[in-house]
Design a protein around this ligand. Sequence first.
Ligand SMILES: Cc1cc2nc3c(=O)[nH]c(=O)nc-3n(C[C@H](O)[C@H](O)[C@H](O)COP(=O)(O)O)c2cc1C
Length: 168
Amino acid sequence: MAVSVVVAASRQNGHTVALVNSLVTSLPATVINLSEKQLSYFDYEHGNKQDDFLPMISELLGSDVIVFATPVYWYAMSAQLKVFIDRLTDLLTIEKEMGRALRGKRFAVVATGSDSELPACFTEQFQRIGDYLGMQMLPPLYCQCQDRFDESEHRDTISSYADLISQQ
Ligand SMILES: Cc1cc2nc3c(=O)[nH]c(=O)nc-3n(C[C@H](O)[C@H](O)[C@H](O)COP(=O)(O)O)c2cc1C
């Protein structure tokens, strides 16, 4: 089973990257870090067709499960991930074949934040996006981090989550 993790974080030594590093020790996956990609905002004129978005989608289409990794920023996904999600609109307009190929795929969201719980509105945005695209969302994984990502605190939850994804 092929798994890809799309990392959308503002710091590469932060909690979300640490969560991903821990996840991929239990779950073989291809990691795509948006910080290493050239990805521009959605453009109605599609003048950004040559950036890294479409090659990334081609790669993701080879995955059975796509995992999005983001910190919670203002009860929502990171700006980096929002830019990526906005670009999925390209798959409903100029690259419809790729959009159709996404239908039926499963996806997951793993997140870190400082609050005790993941806000319902955070999860709902992904459920709605999945519904719109015909993709099936797995329950999200949330790791509360105060000052640091304490792997020992989250290891069991992450390992169970890796099992859940593997079973898809
Ligand atoms: C701009 C900003 C907005 C944030 N908003 C929230 C929030 O709404 N809810 C929450 O629980 N934590 C919030 N936090 C805390 C981060 O989600 C938390 O520190 C996260 O683990 C950071 O991950 P990172 O190290 O990968 O950037 C926010 C942090 C920043 C910098």
